[in-house]
Design a protein around this ligand. Structure first.
Ligand SMILES: NC(=O)c1ccc[n+]([C@@H]2O[C@H](COP(=O)([O-])OP(=O)(O)OC[C@H]3O[C@@H](n4cnc5c(N)ncnc54)[C@H](O)[C@@H]3O)[C@@H](O)[C@H]2O)c1
Length: 455
């Protein structure tokens, strides 16, 4: 693995570099974070905790206004944390001219898929063009958005250099210039078992001085930094991690369907298998894949692979299995109703949980959304309950326009479908009151009832 040189070897040729390092060490470096979303805002708060003055850049004026009023739009981040950050100098803005005041600019903007399932780098491109005119030598720019290997060197750097004033170039050797690196975000929303600081931070820099500066900066908020030899290696590291999850989830989703036919409880099997102290990591089946990462990121690599005349067969197969899971849930629900002499058409179905996973307020790519749409398309009268969403309207891939239904009078529904296993639900009560429970998450584990269909 690559190692960054010590400051002493570099400072002779890079005076701007050594003064940037000094500002990091004495916490006077000003840090700009572009994209105040699920990744950028928590990162801003971590740097603020270390007494850095952080500026959050966002094109959404509502987010800027909320943050400047010490408010929050992410459930797990209370306004008090924003207020505390403000005491270290945190502010939000939509004015990119303030980039010129920063020592480091970290980009955390979305990287979705286009309508045709191809990488949509427009947010990275817009950001690069917006910040470029305000960049100067000695600044560090780090891309954190998940993307295919090559993005930093082939897309970001050319845009930064083309838009920068005075012929500013990214540092390639001993000259002064702009420092650039890629460092993937590894946050796992809702995971309370690992402190953010304890998640090692992978950094792939464009040249050694950039790596040294990025490692110094991230070293203030992460206990371990992991240098790799290039931005592309860091970009690929993030994709490997997410593809590993995607493929393994597809495997257990497929085995779940087989086990159901064989009348074997796959959850029991996984619990037994995970007692093996080596060579096995537990993954759990569900109603499909959700979130901004796992259903999307692997296809960034599939797309890039085509440029190398290569087909990523594991990714495609995993995508096929995972994307078919909502249909499997619908089939199981229809079958369960059928056993009770009820057609899905005209049945009242209550879907529990909209978020893509337990206890978080994020419904991006959530399988609950296609499940609701498919139920409705088959004539079911669908309600939903989710403690995190009072209303669900229209998104990129859905148009629901529904309000949250209170969890009362559960006997009125022909079926209660557990799509997300939020921990605040009382599953024993739900089973006791419901006529039929279709459980896609093993949330009713330990509850014995012939009303439950686990799928
Ligand atoms: N959410 C996660 O758990 C997670 C985990 C790891 C990696 N990632 C990756 O991190 C990146 C960001 O994800 P996120 O979940 O924070 O997205 P998000 O949608 O929550 O936040 C992105 C923010 O960027 C802002 N934005 C968009 N274009 C902008 C521009 N041109 N200039 C300034 N701001 C702009 C948006 O208004 C929004 O506030 C993505 O590449 C994602 O794949 C996310």
């Amino acid at each position: 693995m690559a190692q960054f040189s010590t400051a002493a070897t570099l400072t002779g040729t890079h005076s701007l570099h050594s003064s940037a390092l000094d500002r990091v060490q004495n916490r006077t470096a000003r840090i700009g974070i572009v994209g105040m979303g699920y990744v950028g805002l928590p990162l801003a708060l971590l740097f603020s905790e270390e007494r850095f003055a952080v500026t959050g850049f966002d094109i959404d004026p509502k987010k800027v206004e909320t943050l400047n009023a010490a408010g929050s739009y992410i459930v797990r981040i209370p306004g008090t944390e924003i207020a505390a950050a403000q005491r270290s100098g945190f502010r939000a803005t939509g004015d990119f001219a303030a980039v010129s005041e920063m020592d480091a600019v970290i980009i955390c903007v979305p990287t979705p898929l286009s309508e045709h399932h191809e990488p949509d780098l427009s947010y990275i491109e817009q950001t690069a063009s917006a910040i470029a005119p305000f960049l100067r030598a000695g600044q560090l720019v780090v891309l954190e958005s998940t993307t295919y290997p090559g993005t930093t060197e082939e897309v970001l750097i050319p845009l930064l250099e083309a838009g920068a004033a005075g012929g500013l170039k990214v540092v390639r050797g001993d000259q002064e210039g702009l420092y650039v690196a890629f460092s993937p975000e590894r946050e796992d929303p809702g995971n309370e078992t690992v402190a953010r600081r304890d998640i090692p931070k992978v950094i792939g820099s464009y040249g050694e001085p950039a790596g040294e500066l990025a490692a110094a900066l991230y070293g203030t908020i992460f206990n371990t930094t992991v240098p790799v030899s290039s931005p592309a290696a860091a970009e690929m590291t993030k994709l490997l991690e997410n593809i590993y999850r995607c493929v393994n989830i597809a495997l257990v989703n497929e085995l779940k369907q087989l086990c159901q036919r064989m009348d074997i409880d796959l959850f029991e099997v996984i619990d037994a298998a995970k007692t093996k102290p080596f060579g096995f990591q537990a993954f759990y089946p569900g109603p499909g894949l959700g979130g901004h990462c796992i259903p999307i990121d692997p296809f960034y690599l599939s797309w890039k692979a085509k440029q190398f005349d290569f087909r990523t067969k594991f990714i495609e197969l995993a995508g096929e299995v995972n994307e078919a899971m909502p249909q499997y849930v619908i089939d199981q629900t229809m079958e369960a109703l059928n056993q009770r002499r009820k057609p899905l058409n005209g049945s009242q179905v209550l879907v529990l949980g909209l978020s893509y996973k337990r206890d978080i307020d994020d419904l991006r790519e959530s399988p609950s959304l296609p499940i609701i749409e498919m139920l409705r398309a088959r004539g079911a009268m669908v309600s939903y309950n989710d403690p995190f969403f009072a209303h669900v309207g229209r998104g990129r891939q859905y148009d629901l326009n529904m309000d949250c239904t209170p969890l009362t009078d559960l006997g009125q529904y022909d079926c209660v479908l557990i799509a997300t296993d939020h921990s605040e639900y009382d599953y024993a009560r739900i089973v006791a009151e419901a006529q039929l429970v279709v459980d896609t998450r093993n949330a009713t584990k330990g509850i014995e009832s012939d009303k439950i269909v686990r799928c």
